[in-house]
Design a protein around this ligand. Structure first.
Ligand SMILES: *[C@@H]1O[C@H](CO)[C@@H](O)[C@H](O)[C@H]1NC(C)=O
Ligand SMILES: *[C@@H]1O[C@H](CO)[C@@H](O)[C@H](O)[C@H]1NC(C)=O
Ligand SMILES: *[C@@H]1O[C@H](CO)[C@@H](O)[C@H](O)[C@H]1NC(C)=O
Ligand SMILES: *[C@@H]1O[C@H](CO)[C@@H](O)[C@H](O)[C@H]1NC(C)=O
Ligand SMILES: *[C@@H]1O[C@H](CO)[C@@H](O)[C@H](O)[C@H]1NC(C)=O
Ligand SMILES: *[C@@H]1O[C@H](CO)[C@@H](O)[C@H](O)[C@H]1NC(C)=O
Ligand SMILES: *[C@@H]1O[C@H](CO)[C@@H](O)[C@H](O)[C@H]1NC(C)=O
Ligand SMILES: *[C@@H]1O[C@H](CO)[C@@H](O)[C@H](O)[C@H]1NC(C)=O
Ligand SMILES: [Cu+2]
Length: 577
């Protein structure tokens, strides 16, 4: 080798290297791995709050298995349904480029995996790094069927921050002292709001404030001086959560598997579906500190689970072992349940690490209202089925369409095989009636229309959506999730979006890239993306109570030109209805 190096001059080396790099980048990456997993959906006895419930789990684990991959890897997950419910699995935030068949929402990209059946999800992680998660996307099964999906940089690449000593996923969830499927079925029958949860949990445990969970409380060990990475996931079904660690600052470095410009905060707010990666340095006296989460509940007067879940950050350093075991951990002071100022300050702090490529020209400019509604009691229905406010049934809608899932074909199959009568592509791009969205809305406007109405997008179109919250019945913060895409969040604000005033607030330099946007209570959020992934993609509120009421729609993104812009053919084992 020495003699070789001696005979090539520097220019030659440079050219040679250039050609080699060019060649290497056009070759398939040989270091990408394929991860094979078996998921068995089954009923398993799980004890929480002193009571045992038969719980739907994956492989008997609660939460389910953590999947760890590198950017560029392929996942092959064979799901076997041994439970008595239909099930599907959604890979939340995975872009699923050309593989919409593996996205998972039932009746959108597939029919359910029926009891006794299997389906194998195959997809590749492309250009995403950080924390995502997976969860059931059928009825309310995701209350217990969920787990973390950790995506590290490609082998040889590193994090854009110093390598943390340890990494810990923290999945925030909700626990009902009941079968969650019974809870949603009861609500669907009565038309009233479903029961709120009985406790929040961190990695499956309500924590130290509960006698029955004390001994199983999650411990996050640290050593003095070290910096660790926490991957926080809000997997709760119906609740935005504040998150805090006593006496410790958190440096936010990522959200929804995109890196962020690091910033320091003492409190996080996560809507269901959102993830946040933070660095924490053990720079406090050796002791135990509570890691705690509780509700950010923005809907005025609505009942919510007002409990606190905890884990413990425990310094392992020797003197503590003797001293700290007996002392109570330090409790952080969490924001009050309706502290919208703190929630908004957090979401407004997120920035991409550098200037990003936000579409500046727009082909599709959509204005979509998101909010609740009330349906008058259907003629002839019993009062028992109309236990919503004043004898109504709860509903929710986007641009006044309360979304109804099909039942005979998935939307994607109907789209691909041109099966008529399953959906219509006429979701209005603007509210069918203009009104003071966040004001005192007339009762004549509160009842939405039902329909399976989607919006068609040409391949490559540049899309802007103003998501406008409404105060029909009550205003509330809605975590709006788009499948198959990440989008830039340009701005958010309160009241009615006003293009003349609010366009000036758009961040076209370094807006954050996410898959779930928090639409502020009584306010709006503006997002942009390029429709470069063909398929049918659900957009919905990630509060499951709201999607149950119809707060959803779907984008039908057409194929572009050539194979690389075309949806792959469906897998042979795709479940049909
Ligand atoms: C919901 O809560 C009510 C009141 O506490 C209770 O009677 C009912 O059984 C609960 N429903 C379910 C499905 O657990
Ligand atoms: C927890 O246990 C303590 C001591 O055994 C008892 O005093 C307390 O009432 C229990 N709390 C609950 C909520 O059961
Ligand atoms: C929530 O619980 C706290 C005690 O943990 C109590 O001080 C507060 O009043 C409760 N808030 C509501 C709205 O129930
Ligand atoms: C929060 O709720 C309390 C009542 O529990 C109310 O007094 C207070 O004004 C509310 N704060 C905000 C910011 O809405
Ligand atoms: C229910 O009826 C009462 C009395 O008519 C009225 O004050 C209230 O605004 C109504 N609520 C809704 C949600 O329509
Ligand atoms: C809302 O409007 C209704 C009429 O549409 C009126 O009766 C009511 O007083 C108004 N409420 C408020 C708080 O302005
Ligand atoms: C929604 O549509 C229904 C049925 O057409 C109508 O009665 C209602 O006023 C509409 N509401 C809004 C906010 O457009
Ligand atoms: C299960 O899925 C099938 C379609 O594959 C559907 O016909 C059936 O209604 C579903 N069952 C439930 C309880 O949703
Ligand atoms: Cu919502």
């Amino acid at each position: 080798m020495d003699s070789f190096r001696n005979i090539v001059n520097p220019l030659c080396t440079f050219l040679f290297l250039g050609i080699f790099l060019h060649f290497a980048s056009s070759m398939p990456r040989t270091n990408a791995k394929t991860h094979n997993h078996d998921f068995v959906i089954q009923a398993t006895p799980v004890k929480r709050l002193c009571k045992t419930h038969n719980t739907i789990t994956v492989n008997g684990m609660y939460p389910g298995p953590t999947l760890e991959v590198n950017n560029g890897d392929t996942l092959v997950v064979k799901v076997t349904n041994k439970a008595r419910y239909n099930v599907t699995i959604h890979w939340h935030g995975v872009r699923q480029m050309r593989t919409a068949w593996a996205d998972g929402p039932e009746f959108v990209t597939q029919c359910p995996i029926r009891p006794g059946n299997t389906y194998t999800y195959r997809f590749t992680i492309q250009g995403q790094e950080g924390t995502l998660w997976w969860h059931a996307h059928s009825s309310w099964l995701r209350a217990t069927v969920y787990g973390a999906l950790i995506i590290r940089p490609r082998p040889g690449d590193s994090y854009p921050f110093p390598k943390p000593k340890r990494e810990t996923p923290l999945l925030l969830g909700e626990w009902w002292d009941a079968n969650p499927i019974d809870v949603v079925r009861q609500a669907t029958r009565t038309g009233a709001a479903p029961n709120v949860s009985n406790a929040y949990i961190i990695n499956g445990q309500p924590g130290d404030l509960y006698n029955c969970s004390k001994k199983d409380t999650i411990i996050v060990p640290v050593n003095s001086g070290e910096t660790n990475l926490l991957r926080i996931i809000n997997s709760a079904l119906n609740q935005q959560l504040f998150f805090k660690i006593a006496n410790h600052k958190l440096t936010v470095v990522g959200a929804d598997a995109s890196y962020l410009k690091p910033f320091t905060t003492s409190v996080l707010m996560l809507g269901p579906g959102q993830t946040t990666d933070v660095l924490i340095t053990a720079d406090q006296p050796t002791a135990k500190y509570y890691i705690a989460a509780r509700a950010y509940a923005s809907a005025q007067g609505a009942p919510f689970d007002n409990t606190t879940t905890t884990a413990i950050l425990e310094y392992e350093t020797a003197p503590c072992l003797a001293k700290c075991t007996s002392t109570k951990p330090v409790m952080p002071s969490l924001p009050t349940f309706n502290d919208t100022a703190t929630a908004t300050a957090f979401t407004k702090s997120l920035r991409s690490p550098r200037k990003v490529d936000v579409p500046t020209e727009i082909d599709e400019n959509l204005f979509i209202t998101v909010g609740l509604g009330l349906k008058n009691c259907p003629r002839g229905a019993s009062r028992r089925n109309c236990q919503g406010p004043n004898g109504t049934r709860f509903a929710a809608s986007m641009n006044n369409v309360s979304f109804v899932l099909p039942s005979k074909f998935s939307l994607l199959q109907a789209h691909q095989q041109r099966i008529p009568g399953v959906f219509t592509s006429d979701l209005p791009p603007n509210p069918p009636r203009k009104f003071d969205y966040t004001g005192n809305v007339s009762r004549l406007l509160r009842q939405p229309a039902r329909g399976t109405r989607v919006y068609k997008l040409k391949y490559g179109s540049r899309v802007q959506i103003v998501l406008q919250g409404t105060s029909i019945f009550t205003a509330e913060n809605h975590p709006i999730h788009l499948h198959g895409y990440d989008f830039y969040i340009l701005a958010e604000g309160f009241g009615n979006f006003n293009p003349n005033r609010d366009t000036a607030k758009f961040n076209l330099i370094d807006p954050p890239l996410r898959n779930t946007a928090s639409v502020p209570v009584g306010g709006w959020t503006v997002i942009r993306f390029v429709a470069d992934n063909p398929g049918v993609w659900l957009m919905h509120c990630h509060l499951d109570v709201h999607i149950t009421w119809g707060l959803a729609t779907a984008f039908l993104v057409e194929n572009g030109v050539g194979e690389l812009q075309t949806l792959e053919p469906p897998p042979a084992d795709l479940p049909l209805c």
